[in-house]
Structure formats: structure tokens, C-alpha cells
Design a protein around this ligand. Structure first.
Ligand SMILES: Nc1nc2c(c(=O)[nH]1)N[C@H]1C(S)=C(S)[C@@H](COP(=O)(O)OP(=O)(O)OC[C@H]3O[C@@H](n4cnc5c(N)ncnc54)[C@H](O)[C@@H]3O)O[C@H]1N2
Ligand code: MOO
Length: 441
């Protein structure tokens, strides 16, 4: 049996970033840069005013105070966007607006609040240092310097610097196109009636959503019966266009009842293996077809699917997009301990709250069964328990991999704490607080 780290390494060793495309900035949000981007220009592009006021030479108003002001003739107005060449004249001032170019020879701007605001002959009431309220050219970015490194995801701030530098298109990996397939004779799409022994397919919608939430293009291509030929044909079809294929079900020890494993064994670099983790033990991965498309065959149990996604598929998506992935976990104190299987890393569903010291506290929300999708939906995160542990003691500290954005977890934690405090000061609130807790299970 492989460890989680060994299996992840085996997967990542086979992955190379998908080919880059050149995209206009308007379509670049969310994509990942494939090469460093340098700025062709200084930022700011030119020395400009940080304030509405008067452009002056600082030495010409040295020692000026409200009691001993100095009056300077005003040469005119310079507004933002005004590109006409302007020059300072000794013992004069230009009225200047925020963002407007500072005239040649002026070295400071006096804020309008430190003057009488006169448009023709301004009374200056405060001295300033040379450079005051001037944003120098190249202060932020020097022409020719790298503004964004390869591997950076283009978010709002990255779009802002690219646009500021006038970079109109970038070379980036597109959103990855990920095809999700469910397998199993028992599956019926949600919305259709289930017969005896049948269940609704939940892995398909969940996996497609996990892919989309990771910033990619997840298509749920439907579910397949336990039929080797049909499964092979469907996977082959998607190898012509997908960047990644993820199946669920049919990979354990059921022989012909586990057709994904039987039909893909020995194909491409496909390898079926057991990984020391709970849930998620049976795993398959390999590159298939002429395009060497990576294919994950995840176990069918819904919790195993989600855990396998977090532990293997998410890092693989990052690698395909040219990024490295490191999971972020938060520390939490265990409110009620549980057992962990010997020799397998455990990913245990927990809800998070705050203990009296303000640290996160973790409470198991269901047993370890990998079919318990109700408990999964209530979990804030997965407590990650190392393979060597056989017990998680009450009061010990665990690391929790959040399953929801931390700010949403935080909002619930704070709302619960507020309700509990309100109940302490006003017993009439107790019912409301109890009801809130019941809502969250
Ligand atoms: N004799 C053994 N049996 C099993 C072992 C084992 O080591 N020896 N491992 C168990 C573990 S652990 C897991 S995990 C599962 C994995 O099985 P498969 O990948 O073959 O998955 P299936 O048998 O097809 O399904 C398992 C379970 O999940 C339900 N399922 C499947 N697909 C979906 C879907 N799209 N939506 C909702 N639920 C789904 C399916 O009905 C089964 O209940 O094997 C154990 N067995
Ligand atoms: O590995 Mo299975 O995923 O434990 O339920």
C-alpha cells in the first residue's frame, strides 16, 4: 500500500502544464501566467501630483508659516490628463490636480488646504520638503522589470497592474477542461425516479462543482452503466478534447462489477493501487490516448470522492495549470476524540467553532463511513490525521483542511458565539440560540 505522499508524487511526476494560449486581458481573469511578464513602462509613467494643490519649488517657500505666508503668482491649471509641456518659473506656482503631471522644474506640491486656494495669486501658508506630494516616475515599477511571475493566477490586482502597464494580452493556461463521469448500474440522475436498489448520482454534480470551484471548466458528462465497452468508448471519446478526465466508481475488488478497473488495467500508464488513507483507499491514475490525457479513476463512495479530489485532483489541476499546490490547514482543538485506522491517514469530517481561548475547536459531524453524505454536507473541514495515529484524543490539536471559504466558516462561528453570549445575558434568547444550533445539525 502506498502512502498519500507517495501516490501524490507518482501522479504529479507524470504531469506537465497544458499548452499556453495568448489571451486578451479581458479574458485573462482566473487564468495562470505561463511566463514572466515585464512592464514596458515605468509606473507611475510620469511624476504626478498626489494631491489637489499647487506645484512649487520647495526651496522657494522654505520657512513659510500661517503667520508668515508667501504669495506666488499662478501660471495656470494642470488637470489630470493634461499632457501639454509645462515648466516651473522661479517663485511661481501651477495649480495642479491629483494625477496631473508635475511641471518640469517644480519639486513639490502644497495641498490646497495649506493655501487660500486662489486661482491667480495663491497665498501659501505651509512649507514643504522637496518631493512632498509628488509620486515619482518608476516609484512603483521600473520599465523592464518583472511585474508578474510565471505561475501567478491572474486575479483582480494582477489585472490592474497588467492594464496599468499597458499589457493588452498575456500567455496563460486557459481554464482546464475537465470531464467528469460517474459509473454504476445503480445510478439514476437526480430528477428521475429511482427503482428498487437504485440511488441518485451525487458524485457527478459534486465533482463538476469541485472543478468549477477550483477555477476550471467542469463538465459532468453523465453516468455510465457497469459495461466495460461503454465505459472505454466514452473515456476514449473524451481523450480527444479534455485536459483531464475524472471518473468515480468501479475500482475496488468486485472483478467484473468494477469495470473501470478491469477495462483500463494495462492501458496507457494506468495504474490501480491502494493508498493508505481513509476514505479513498482504491485509486487509479494514468495518462491515456495520443494526447496523454491524465485520467483519475476515483472510488465510488461520495466522501471518498471529495477527499480524493482534495488530496490528489486539486494538486493535479494546479500542476496542469503551471502552479504548485500546497494545502492550507488551520489548527483546531478536538472537542470529542475518535479512533483512526492504523496505517492509514484519516480525513475526518468536523465542524468548527471557537473554544473559550478563541482558538478553533473541532467536533466530528459524522462517523468515518465514506457513504455518509449528510454528515459531509455539514462539515466545515476535514481533520487530517497522520497514518501512525490510531486515536485522536479529546483536547489534542489537529490540523483541519477547510471545505468552505474560511470567511464563511468564520461568519458562522461568530454568529454562534454572539447567539450564545446573548443567551447568557438574556435567557429569553436561549431558545433562539438552540434553534440556530439545531439548524446547523
Ligand atoms: N472486498 C472489498 N470491498 C471493498 C473494498 C475492499 O478493499 N475490499 N474497498 C471499499 C472501499 S474503501 C471503497 S472506497 C469502495 C470503492 O468501490 P468502487 O470504487 O468500486 O465504487 P463502487 O463499488 O462503484 O461504489 C461504491 C459505493 O459508492 C456508491 N456510488 C458509486 N458511484 C456513485 C455516484 N456517482 N453517486 C453516489 N453514490 C455512488 C455506490 O453505490 C457504492 O455504494 O469499495 C469498498 N469495497
Ligand atoms: O477508501 Mo474507501 O474510500 O475507505 O471508503
Amino acid at each position: 500500500m502506498r502512502t498519500v505522499a507517495e501516490h501524490l508524487e507518482a501522479v504529479l511526476a507524470q504531469l506537465t502544464p497544458v499548452a499556453a494560449t495568448t489571451v486578451p486581458l479581458s479574458q485573462a481573469h482566473g487564468l495562470v501566467l505561463i511566463e514572466d511578464v515585464s512592464s514596458p513602462v515605468d509606473l507611475p509613467r510620469f511624476a504626478n501630483s498626489a494631491m489637489d494643490g499647487y506645484a512649487v519649488r520647495a526651496s522657494e517657500i522654505a520657512g513659510v508659516t500661517p503667520e508668515e505666508p508667501r504669495v506666488l503668482p499662478v501660471l495656470g491649471d494642470i488637470a489630470a490628463g493634461d499632457g501639454a509641456p509645462r515648466t516651473h518659473r522661479d517663485f511661481h506656482a501651477w495649480r495642479i490636480l491629483t494625477g496631473a503631471p508635475v511641471p518640469e522644474g517644480a519639486d513639490a506640491v502644497v495641498r490646497v488646504e495649506d493655501t487660500d486656494g486662489h486661482p491667480r495669486e495663491v497665498m501659501i501658508k505651509a512649507a514643504v520638503e522637496a518631493g512632498a506630494n509628488v509620486r515619482p516616475a518608476g516609484e512603483d515599477v521600473r520599465a523592464g522589470s518583472v511585474i508578474l511571475r510565471a505561475g501567478t493566477r491572474i486575479g483582480p490586482a494582477q489585472l490592474a497592474v497588467l492594464a496599468s502597464a499597458g499589457v493588452a494580452e498575456v500567455s496563460a493556461t486557459g481554464q482546464l477542461s475537465v470531464v467528469v463521469l460517474s459509473t454504476g448500474n445503480e445510478l439514476v440522475p437526480v430528477g428521475e425516479p429511482v427503482g428498487p436498489g437504485q440511488i441518485h448520482d451525487s458524485n457527478g454534480p459534486m465533482l463538476a462543482a469541485l472543478v468549477r470551484a477550483a477555477g476550471h471548466f467542469g463538465v459532468f458528462a453523465g453516468h455510465l452503466p457497469d459495461d466495460e465497452k461503454a465505459i472505454k468508448a466514452e473515456i476514449d471519446h473524451h481523450l480527444t478534447h479534455a485536459d483531464l478526465v475524472v471518473t468515480s466508481g468501479g475500482v475496488s475488488k468486485g472483478g467484473s462489477y468494477d469495470p473501470v478497473k478491469s477495462v483500463l488495467t494495462g492501458v496507457g500508464s494506468m495504474e490501480f493501487t491502494e493508498v493508505g488513507m481513509q476514505p479513498g483507499k482504491p485509486q487509479g491514475f494514468g495518462l491515456l490516448g495520443k494526447r496523454k490525457v491524465p485520467v483519475f479513476t476515483l472510488p465510488g463512495n461520495p466522501v471518498s470522492v471529495l477527499v480524493s479530489f482534495e488530496v490528489f485532483v486539486r494538486p493535479a489541476l494546479a500542476a496542469l495549470a503551471g502552479q504548485r499546490y500546497e494545502p492550507v490547514t488551520v489548527p483546531a482543538v478536538v472537542l470529542q476524540g475518535w479512533d483512526s485506522p492504523e496505517g492509514r491517514a484519516q480525513y475526518h469530517r468536523v465542524s468548527l467553532s471557537r473554544d473559550t481561548s478563541g482558538a478553533y475547536a473541532a467536533q466530528p459531524v459524522s462517523g468515518p463511513g465514506s457513504h455518509l453524505v449528510g454528515g459531509l454536507a455539514l462539515a466545515d473541514g476535514l481533520a487530517v490525521i497522520p497514518a501512525e495515529a490510531t486515536q485522536v484524543a479529546t483536547g489534542s490539536e489537529v490540523r483541519v483542511l477547510p471545505l468552505r471559504p474560511l470567511w464563511e466558516i468564520e461568519a458562522d462561528v461568530v454568529a454562534e458565539r454572539d447567539a450564545a453570549q446573548a443567551a447568557e445575558t438574556d435567557p429569553a434568547e436561549t431558545d433562539a440560540a438552540e434553534a440556530g444550533r439545531e439548524d446547523r445539525g
